[in-house]
Design a binder for this molecule. Structure first.
Ligand code: SF4
Ligand code: SF4
Length: 191
């Protein structure tokens, strides 16, 4: 029969030698390779006790930011959801009621805000699209879970703590120009 390629190998049917039949030289050869690896530099780390150094701009789990007065910044405009290439973001908007000004910065807010972390590709497009500096990606990793439903993160997991001491620093994700702009309280955006 004609060969289609020249890569075929002729299988040898020769009898095994005595040493090949007792396997000991092959086992010793394998052990030599295994023990050789014991003294090499390890390429793995004992995660989660040990973590690798992350990049300064590592993009991990999202945070929904509050303003300096503790009010939620998100106004449920939906731009982050539209920008998301993975369609990972959903939300329901609600009108702010009189007396809720201390809770929500804008007249409209997200009563429900969810990100499906199994869909998210951590591209940061939601962060770029947000006109209210409400959503940022942080250096925190998304935890592992066994159930798919636990990867739908709602406001309870996304909105940062009210306590100013526990707020999440996202200044690394802002350019020097943005940080300079934010110092100017005469802009309505910064009040
Ligand atoms: S980081 Fe990218 S994929 Fe993830 S929610 Fe934001 S826009 Fe969507
Ligand atoms: S996070 Fe930003 S872009 Fe997304 S709905 Fe809220 S205000 Fe709009």
């Amino acid at each position: 029969m004609m060969n289609l390629t020249n890569r075929s190998k002729v299988v040898s049917n020769k009898q095994m030698t005595f040493w090949e039949r007792i396997y000991i030289p092959a086992i010793l050869g394998g052990m030599r390779i295994t023990f050789g690896h014991l003294f090499r530099r390890k390429t793995t780390v004992q995660y989660p006790e040990v973590t690798r150094e992350f990049s300064e701009i590592y993009r991990g789990k999202h945070v929904l930011k509050r303003d300096d007065d503790g009010r939620e910044r998100c106004t449920a405009c939906g731009l982050c959801a539209v920008a998301c290439p993975a369609e990972a973001i959903t939300m329901i908007s609600a009108e702010r009621k009189p007396g809720e000004e201390h809770l929500y910065r804008e007249e409209k807010y997200a009563s429900v805000y969810e990100i499906n972390m199994l869909r998210c590709i951590f591209c940061g497009d939601c962060e770029d699209a947000c006109p209210k500096e409400a959503i940022f990606l942080t250096r925190e990793m998304v935890r592992s879970e066994y159930a798919r439903g636990k990867f739908i993160f709602g406001k309870a997991e996304l909105v940062e703590p009210f306590d100013p001491a526990k707020r999440i620093d996202i200044s690394k994700r802002q350019t020097p120009e943005v940080l300079e702009f934010k110092k100017n309280r005469s802009y309505k955006h910064n009040r």
